[in-house]
Ligand binder design. Structure first.
Ligand code: DAH
Length: 315
């Protein structure tokens, strides 16, 4: 900037010299004028060079794809928000991560082995029908529960056991069932699976983890209880219930079934190369939609997949 000021000053002094032309004898005037002009050109060139160096960055280019006419007021652009289920899924993951669980994502197309065999459902087992699976023409299965990931988790993390550690993984996932939709059933929903294996995992630890999870999710103390259940991949198997908190409209004694859980069946561990005499595990799986419905007092699960903007915009 100082340099620029300097050149401008010189230009001013030079300009003043033009007045002298009139005082010169006529034959000297043109020579004098030529010199002044040449000097002036030099100074102007210097000024231009300095100005270019200091110039502001180029003007931002016009976005020709802008969704408006350039001379008209810009219309308000409605921005979307994250889907409430995705927000809740993240809340759920955060709680488990704070407890030390790793997160592994499930897949949206799986196979017969991971859906059934690896989970101790032999071919023809009647419990297979309970899952109302869809099938592609090629015989693949869009998973009907996130338990399809159990075998992969056990295999992938079993090295932790060999090193004296444990397996602790949760799996969020989108699942699909070929059943009629009603207020409490959807063909597409989200689940979260949990798998824990160690030398001495117990049912008591499992209940501790789950109680902590529900209390953290609903932000208050809760009572839990179990009732017997049946899943081929756990033994014993149970269903976990929580008492509907008063803050969410519970009257005391309103018990809600939230997920299935149990001690991992020895066959499931064996199939993944883990010796059930050496290691024990527990697993659980439950719907995210159900958690969110209770949190927000929703009565119809179908809203989540309905693409009703008026519903989604409430979140
Ligand atoms: N996958 C079961 C379902 O969707 C829920 C479940 C039960 C998952 C027991 C588990 C488990 O991991 O141990 O009905």
């Amino acid at each position: 900037m100082l340099e620029l000021e300097q050149w401008k000053k010189e230009l001013k002094q030079l300009n003043q010299q033009y007045a002298k032309i009139r005082e010169l004898p006529p034959e000297e005037r043109s020579e004098f004028g030529r010199k002044l002009n040449a000097q002036k050109q030099q100074i102007l060139a210097k000024i231009k060079a300095v100005q270019l160096d200091d110039a502001e960055p180029a003007v931002e280019p016009i976005d020709i794809s802008a969704p408006c006419a350039p001379n008209e007021p810009i219309p308000r652009i409605a921005r979307g928000t994250r889907h409430p289920l995705m927000v809740e899924l993240q809340n759920v993951m955060q709680i488990y991560q704070e407890m030390g669980f790793d997160v592994m994502e499930s897949r949206q197309l799986d196979d017969e082995f991971h859906m059934f065999e690896s989970l101790n459902f032999p071919p023809g087992h009647p419990a297979r029908d309970g899952y109302d699976t869809f099938r592609t023409e090629e015989g693949f299965i869009p998973p009907a529960h996130t338990s399809t990931m159990q075998h992969r988790i056990l295999k992938r993390y079993r090295a932790h056991l060999e090193e004296g550690g444990q397996i602790s993984v949760v799996v969020p996932g989108r699942v699909f069932r070929n059943e009629d939709a009603d207020a409490t059933h959807e063909h597409t929903f989200y689940q979260c699976e949990g798998v824990f294996v160690s030398k001495d995992a117990t049912m008591g630890q499992m209940l501790g983890v789950l109680k902590h999870f529900f209390e953290a999710y609903y932000g208050q103390q809760l009572r839990i209880k179990t009732q017997p259940g049946y899943f081929p991949f756990t033994e014993p198997s149970c269903e976990l219930l929580i008492e509907k908190p008063a803050a969410l409209g519970g009257k005391g004694g309103d018990w809600l079934e939230m997920l299935g859980c149990g001690m991992i069946h020895p066959n499931v561990l064996k199939m993944a190369g883990i010796d059930p005499k050496e290691h024990h595990g527990f697993a659980w799986g439950g719907g995210i939609d159900r958690l969110a419905m209770l949190k927000y007092g929703l009565v119809d699960v179908r809203y989540f997949e309905s693409a009703k903007l008026s519903f989604l915009e409430e979140f």
